[in-house]
Design a protein around this ligand. Structure first.
Ligand code: UD1
Length: 363
């Protein structure tokens, strides 16, 4: 079975890696990695391949950045050509980035079966580009692998046939467990002169937080104020750095005491910082899940989340900018870890997917 594993942007790599490794062990499976090139910097892409033990991609579509329509269109055009040459038996897409939707549309139109890994998540907020990507991908995919019961319910409510839905759990936790030794072997906090439990981690890259200069300015002021209470490590996403530079906020931020702003970090280094931090402030999707699994308090600066189990069963809390400073000050003193038990978030999701594919293949 020739299986294309599509990856594109940073959050895809840790979803594809465990599945690639599990499929490689199966005599019937021929996994091929297709990188669309949406993320291309060494520290946004290549470093993850090295950390996660992935070989270089078999194909790189070299699409890079552009407007949403340009990026999506370019992936569709480039991937259609590859699909016609290769005719895979299955295309696996992960998450909710533009390339996920683009590869799904290109494959579906050629009658190639598509499986969506991390299907069914919904923020119910169509101003988020990812929500559009999730809706389009899920309506077209032939197999929907979900991480949690809320995702199953969303799909059923949207009229997706129940036999297409298979709950497999959260594959990000597979990567975390696969690399646990490597993660724990680092002491990345030392690079910033910090000790375990004494600092917070910050990540921001959502358009809703960084594209509007006024919002970004307010966010930067709050982060500077929090750094006055507790040290912060803020690996800065390229989109965010660009916006800060355009708004002339970068020098001020870089000159702030106890606010460390490295370039984006590799998976194991970043996770080591998370393992050892007191709390996280973020607008990422995956980090809400990782912190819940590890029992680390997480403040998500968004109005909604497509990952509600991280709130109902985990350590995640939504937070607006006005509340952020006080909420961060409150949680920094609370070091008690309460790892969340969420069904099927156990490091064995890739095995369940392989089992499911084997079942479908031999039916
Ligand atoms: C994309 C995804 C988002 C995901 C995020 C993780 C979409 C719609 N968005 O957002 O869901 O959470 O990835 O990072 O697919 N850039 C670089 N180097 C890189 C990658 C990006 O400089 O390696 C720059 C681009 O040139 C562009 C900006 O960062 O100016 C944004 O990149 P893009 O891939 O369009 O979206 P993200 O904000 O990264």
């Amino acid at each position: 079975m020739l299986i294309h594993l599509i990856c594109a942007a940073r959050p895809n790599f840790m979803k594809i890696a465990p599945l690639y490794h599990a499929l490689r062990k199966e005599p019937w499976a021929r996994p091929v990695i297709v990188h669309t090139g949406q993320h291309y910097d060494l520290n946004m892409s290549d470093a993850f391949f090295v950390d996660l033990g992935l070989p270089p991609p078999d194909f790189n579509l070299g699409v890079r950045n552009g407007s949403h329509a340009e990026q999506t269109g370019r992936v569709m055009m480039a991937y259609e050509k590859l699909l016609l040459e290769q005719r895979p038996d299955l295309v696996v897409v992960a998450g909710d980035v533009n390339s996920t939707m683009a590869a799904t549309v290109a494959a579906s139109k050629l009658g190639v079966r598509v499986a969506h890994l991390e299907a069914g998540l919904r923020s119910f907020d169509r101003s988020m580009p990812e929500e559009i990507n999730r809706l389009v991908t899920d309506v077209l995919a032939d197999i929907l692998w979900t991480p949690s019961p809320d995702a199953d319910e969303n799909l059923l409510r949207e009229g997706i046939a129940p036999e297409k839905i298979k709950r497999v759990g959260n594959i990000m936790i597979d990567s975390l467990e696969m690399l646990r030794k490597k993660i724990e072997g680092h002491a990345a906090y030392r690079n910033f002169g910090l000790t375990p439990g004494s600092y917070g981690i910050v990540t921001f890259h959502r358009p809703s937080n960084v594209d509007n200069p006024e919002v970004l300015r307010q966010l930067c002021e709050i982060l500077r104020a929090i750094a006055g209470i507790v040290p912060l490590v803020f690996p800065v996403h390229p989109r965010t750095r660009k916006q800060m530079a355009e708004c002339s906020l970068l020098p001020l931020m870089e000159d702030t005491d106890n606010l460390f702003m490295p370039e984006p970090l590799g998976y194991a280094t970043f996770m080591n910082l998370v393992f050892n931090c007191a709390f996280v402030i973020t607008d990422s999707g995956g980090i809400q899940e990782e912190t819940s699994y590890l029992g680390i308090p997480c403040l998500t600066v968004r109005e909604n989340t497509e990952r509600p189990v991280t709130i109902t069963l985990g350590t995640n809390r939504l937070c607006n900018l006005d509340e952020l400073r006080n909420r961060a000050a409150e949680i920094r003193g609370n070091h008690e870890r309460k790892p969340s038990r969420i069904d099927l978030w156990d490091g064995h999701t890739a095995d369940r997917i392989v089992g499911h594919l084997n079942e479908l293949r031999t039916k």
